[in-house]
Write a protein that binds this ligand. Sequence first.
Ligand SMILES: Nc1ncnc2c1ncn2[C@@H]1O[C@H](COP(=O)(O)OP(=O)(O)OP(=O)(O)O)[C@@H](O)[C@H]1O
Ligand SMILES: [Mg+2]
Length: 219
Amino acid sequence: MKIVAIVSQKGGAGKTTLAVHLAARAAHDGRQAVIVDLDPQATASSWGDWRGGDNPVVVAAPHTRLEATLAEAEKSGVDLVIIDTPPSADAAAVAAARAADLVLIPTRASAFDLHAIKTTGELMKIAQKPAYVVLNAVPPRSASLIDEAAEVVKSLSLGLAPACLVDRAAFRHAVINGQTAVEFEPSSKAASEVHILYTWMCGQLGVSTKKSVKTRSAA
Ligand SMILES: Nc1ncnc2c1ncn2[C@@H]1O[C@H](COP(=O)(O)OP(=O)(O)OP(=O)(O)O)[C@@H](O)[C@H]1O
Ligand SMILES: [Mg+2]
């Protein structure tokens, strides 16, 4: 069982968006996925209620129950756990990162947002796990912004995932019905971006992607 923690002390960075898209993409790949929702806002849990079904399963838990929740998942034969964490919650972020094989830190690409990931980056040093920044909600056709963001990420001694999610209506709209952008618009650029991020994540985790999906190149 592989575990991915999604952390960012900044609210609205895209933690839950990444969590539901990666978990559902893994389910499409024939893997049993679980989202552990450590956030009292319970956004991922609500998405799970709207979605129904059992792959991915969404389990709400306080971070003090994380270890027991993960042990239960392992016993049930789960392949992939994605831990969604609350903003501004050091203990939950560190607990998630400590339990994880890989940490993803979503951020928007503006200077203010990038500055804010410094705090998250410092916290992740405590956990000593591979941690990568994922640029999210990037404005379309903004190669220079991505280059600038890459410089900032490098200066913070963090890795940058070679895949980002662009700011697309599909990411906002799909989740309202418990869907993801991949299901909402299967041949869209949004779906392609999720596929590229998922494939890279699987590579980092040392697991193969089982099923190929039709993709288009990102903006
Ligand atoms: N790539 C994207 N394109 C368009 N909208 C996005 C994208 N990523 C996130 N959003 C929207 O931005 C808002 C915040 O995203 P999300 O809830 O995933 O962030 P979060 O980090 O989980 O927030 P919180 O810290 O409150 O838990 C949501 O309305 C979501 O639909
Ligand atoms: Mg959230």
